[in-house]
Design a protein around this ligand. Sequence first.
Ligand SMILES: Cc1ncc(COP(=O)(O)O)c(C=O)c1O
Length: 380
Amino acid sequence: MNIPSYKPYFSQKEKEYILDVLERGQISGDGYYTEQVSAFIEHAFHVRKVLMTTSGTHALEMAVSLADLEPEDEVIMPSFTFASTANAVILRGAKPVFVEVNPDNLNIEPDDIERKITEKTKIIIPVHYAGVACDLNRIIAIARDHNLMVIEDAAQGVNAKYRGQYLGTIADFGCYSFHGTKNYTCGEGGALLINLESTLLREKAEIIRQKGTNRCQFLRGDVNQYNWIDTGSSYSPSDLLMAVLLAQLEDMEEIKDKRKAVYGIYRNFFEQYEKRGILKMMRIPDACDPNYHIFWVVFNTEEMRDHVLTALNSRGVAASFHYLPLHSSPMGRKMGYKPQDLAITEKAAMCLLRMPLYAGMTELEIGHTLNIVEAVIGAL
Ligand SMILES: Cc1ncc(COP(=O)(O)O)c(C=O)c1O
């Protein structure tokens, strides 16, 4: 039996909406479905302004561009994240500064943020790993004390909450991903959430997104031609993709519930092994209402993790490790980092097992997966 690590969940609506786009004949960006999906996100998640993007990576690049960084400026982020978080900063000529995570949820550790702030720090980028919120109250308080901007990397955090507010809507900017691996997907896609009340900033964001032109003003009928205004790139997704995404978001609660059911089975199963002291399960702090994006456990040793991972993979189950820390990657080493600089991150990454999790995962698939784990850990 082959069990993938992720699988998109489609209703019939995706096909219906795609056909509608084709019939409308407008497949480039900022058409009917981009408008619909932006309005949906603004309404459902209570967002001031949403700009749909071609990826979560591009949403991060746009957010960092809006911060007007100078060369040598520093941006604090966890090392336990995807390369896109750091690339967005490096592309602006600034420097990512990697900090530790909390071992209970693998989210950025506020105490370490405080230790690493310097005169050059301009931004903090908390990453809501696995759709579980970072300690945003503390992070935003630290940012206020030091006059720093906060960009939520909520690539994995769509439709999850922190103290009743949706992730991505709480700090200055939020970035979503709708990549094929995510809970709600259109294959490749993202969104930039602008939570600051600044017309100037919104206009600047629109210009960056539309190749440095004021095409958005033109489409709204505010100007009668559009022109090159500033530097920018091409960040607006095809309306075909936005049609798929609208269908996904309309079913987002159903998708979340189905994921929650799988997550719950995993928790019950792994509890016995946590009690035996073999591994630790991810913890969800009381302030968080997650979206069940990932279920992970951390084994006591890398050998144990590899043993279980190999057994699963060799029997067709695509369980996996996850982020290889950025500070100890080839690029991180070029920047001068050594693996032992962030020992908690390094250990967690080496011992982490990420279980397959998708909406509609069947009892048979879950049973097959857990039987393999049981056979291996039971013998430890
Ligand atoms: C934390 C984080 N940030 C950013 C991204 C990039 O998102 P995308 O793949 O949509 O470019 C990812 C990717 O999966 C991610 O996990």
